[in-house]
Design a protein around this ligand. Structure first.
Ligand code: SF4
Length: 739
């Protein structure tokens, strides 16, 4: 008999609802949930093939099904029981913390974890160990959006929703290949355009991707010049009288400073810097400002930049200046890449964030979290963010790393440094569903985790909508749920800590002794969770009175339907659209303009490295292909890795389609076939982010083995958000000298 289980797609931040079909404890099919408000039954190629990635055959070939440990670095992996594995891990972590202090360990987690998983890891690091060294691969995709929202609107809360696509008169898509990265949202845009031919769509991106096909106006700006474009648009809006003076006066601060900044951003300067025509610039400013409702959709093109926060704030400035916010069809709407990047933000599972959008620098906020968790204090010093964490491990400062549900040996920029970090760290735990990731090779201890179709919990999509994730089949082999692994480890660590009360001289390990005294008398200590629902209920309580208050959102309510936050106790419906009353969560209730000047990319092109390399997604693949790479049919769209290059650049270098080329940056080199693509501008090249070492080998500048495009990318990052610049690295391209 076929059983049906409602759940959520584990791929992108659209967060589509799925119905999983299973028989005899095996997933046999998947279809879109017609009642889920993110997709109304639709699924893209990735979502509709999910069941095939969960077949018994694929599970046997790719899954990690029992704990494994290595007795020495580079040695063979041996099976180990869960108790021994976790005892060993707890002893190693406790030992390092005792000898070197809490900041000598780090946790690197994932936007694909569920909110309950995230919550336990965050409490483990900040509450039990007393370090803020917990960061996530979401740092690589949306931390600039977080910083942008907080600086301007006062809280990390996307103000718009998917339904705004239907109400918009103008949609400004910038730095987002929505057609590939958020396919079901893109279908909504297509529907809106069909229903309302007067809808104007502006698409801005250095690449003329498939998203451009729907655009009325395409702005192919030079890589990294977004801030200049937005400031130039504001210059024109001011000149033409298209700003909303009444809204600015009533609901914002800081406009005069911004006006002074954009005075020099004349159309001549902007057109030349961005590489677009003055007429197109003027038209973009006119459509944005004068349309009855303008919605901006943006993603990694803005976020993955050494000016990521400035790009976000400069775009939000446009919405505030023209009152294109807080009404149907309008607002700055940052799209999340991963299925639960938003949930991680909500629990504060990043090195500089606190639970429920609290401020780490605020002593009252820290005291609230400490009281909730039953610990004396939580640390006030921001922890190491993703790039900083691996740099600190490479420098010997962080000695133990716990990596959950992510593959930094492939996905982090400047792979040479990351691999050096994984080799140098004294103890590396990798908690994973798949045995096939490059990071598994560096693990001292591999802990097998459950994955989609097997887990229970919640995720939050781009529009603040929280959906249930449900288990359709039992956990295979000896796998355990991510939250449970974290709890089982934390309880052991807590016991070790409680028998080691004395802080080590010279290190700030006093948290331990204080913690022992403060430990509540309750079964399970600080982590008394029998179920994911019990974790969820503690998280819900932590949001009480906050901007994202979800005290009214229990599992029973989510069983009935996904809900958007906030949804306070006693309420029955979440909030679709924020700031409709023009009041913002700042001290004076006003939004803040942020004046940010344009800055060049961190590593500009130069004579030795004359190409701009940008990276991005393909339509049918996901991240490092642990899951999508198991299906031959998902290679039908793009079969193999290649470097895309403008045909004229190929002609100049006497390259023909399929020639092998060495692509080299200051950090490494890879060998890859070249392919002509007129979607790029001159002197620009593109590579997809998905291909790892099974497909694409390379070498670091000091000769170490590397793979994939992140052998080339730079770890330069935005000073505010610490998000790395995946969208630009200077490279050279030379034809391989084949025999
Ligand atoms: Fe899954 Fe995203 Fe496709 Fe929806 S659009 S089915 S969430 S990958």
């Amino acid at each position: 008999m076929v059983r049906e289980t409602r759940s959520t797609c584990p791929y992108c931040g659209v967060g589509c609802g799925v119905i999983i079909e299973s028989r005899d404890n095996q997933i046999t099919g998947v279809r879109g949930d017609p009642h889920h408000p993110a997709n109304f039954g639709r699924l893209c190629t990735k979502g509709s093939t999910l069941h095939l990635t969960a077949s018994a055959e694929v599970t046997l070939q790719t899954r990690l099904l029992r704990p494994l440990q290595r007795l020495q670095r580079g040695g063979v992996l041996y099976p180990v029981g869960w108790d021994d594995a976790l005892d060993n891990a707890a002893q190693r972590f406790a030992g390092i913390v005792q000898s070197d202090g809490p900041d000598a360990v780090g946790f690197y987690v994932s936007g694909q974890l569920l909110t309950e998983d995230y919550y336990v890891f965050n409490k483990l690091a900040k509450g039990l160990i007393g370090t803020n060294n917990i960061d996530t691969n979401s740092r690589l995709c949306m931390s600039s959006a977080v910083a942008g929202y907080k600086k301007t609107l006062g809280a990390d809360a996307p103000p718009a929703c998917y339904d705004d696509v239907r109400h918009a008169a103008c949609i400004f898509i910038v730095g987002s290949n929505t057609a590939y990265a958020h396919p079901i949202l893109f279908r909504r845009i297509e529907d809106a355009k069909r229903a309302n031919p007067a809808l104007k769509i502006i698409f801005c991106d250095p690449r003329k991707t498939d998203t451009a096909e729907i655009a009325d106006l395409f702005l192919p700006i030079q890589p990294g010049t977004d801030v200049m474009l937005f400031n130039g648009m504001l210059h024109i809006m001011l000149w033409e009288g298209w700003t909303d003076a009444a809204y600015v006066a009533a609901h914002t601060t800081g406009f005069e400073e911004l006006k002074a900044l954009v005075r020099d951003c004349t159309p001549d300067v902007v057109a030349q810097t961005c590489g677009i025509s003055k007429a197109d610039l003027l038209e973009a400013a006119r459509l944005f400002a004068t349309s009855p409702a303008t919605l901006s959709l943006y993603c990694q093109g803005l976020n993955q930049s050494s000016s990521g926060t400035a790009k976000n704030t400069a775009l939000i400035n446009l919405h505030l200046a023209t009152a294109q916010i807080g009404k149907p069809g309008a607002g700055p709407f940052s799209l999340t890449g991963q299925p639960n990047a938003m949930g991680g933000r909500e629990v504060g599972g990043l090195a500089n964030l606190m639970s429920a959008h609290r401020d780490m620098a605020n002593p009252e906020h820290r005291a609230e979290v400490a009281a909730l968790w039953g610990v004396p204090t939580v640390p006030d010093k921001p922890g190491k963010t993703a790039v900083e964490m691996f740099q600190a491990a490479a420098d010997g400062e962080i000695k133990a790393l716990w990596i959950a549900c992510t593959n930094p040996a492939q996905s982090m920029p400047d792979q040479a440094t990351v691999r050096r970090a994984l080799e140098r760290a004294e103890f590396v735990v990798v908690q994973e569903a798949f045995s096939t990731t490059a990071t598994c090779r560096f693990a001292d201890l591999l802990l097998p985790a459950t994955t989609w179709g097997e887990k229970e919990g919640t995720v939050t999509n781009s529009e603040r909508r929280i959906s249930r994730v449900r288990a359709a089949v039992p956990a295979p082999g000896e796998t355990r749920h991510d939250w449970k692994i974290a709890v089982d480890f934390a309880q052991r660590l807590e016991r070790l800590i409680s028998v080691r009360p004395e802080p080590v001289e010279g290190h700030d390990a006093s948290t331990f002794s204080e913690l022992r005294q403060a430990q509540p008398e309750r079964k399970g200590g600080l982590f008394p969770y029998p179920t994911p629902e019990s974790v969820w209920n503690e998280h819900r309580e932590s949001t009480r009175g906050r901007d994202l208050d979800i005290t009214g959102m229990d599992y029973a309510m989510l069983e009935a339907a996904p809900q958007q936050w906030p949804l306070r106790e006693g309420e029955t419906q979440g909030v679709a659209r924020l700031y409709t009353d023009g009041v913002f969560p700042t001290a004076d209730g006003k939004a803040r303009f942020v004046a940010s000047a344009y800055k060049e990319v961190a590593e500009p092109r130069e004579s030795r490295y004359p190409f701009s390399l940008t990276t991005g997604r393909l339509r049918d693949q996901w991240h490092g292909m642990s899951r999508t790479g198991t299906l031959g049919r998902l290679f039908g769209h793009v079969r193999e890795p290649s470097l895309l290059m403008h045909p004229q650049d190929m002609d100049r270098r006497i390259l023909k389609e399929g020639d092998l080329v060495h692509v080299t940056s200051k950090r490494g080199s890879i060998l890859v076939p070249v392919q002509a693509s007129s979607e790029l501008g001159l002197s620009q090249v593109f590579m997809a982010m998905h291909w790892g070492e099974e497909f694409l080998s390379g070498m670091g500048s000091t000769g170490q083995r590397l793979a994939g495009v992140n052998a080339l990318t730079t770890s330069a990052y935005c000073p505010d958000s610490k998000q790395p610049e995946f969208k630009h690295a200077a490279v050279k391209v030379l034809k391989a000298d084949l025999p």
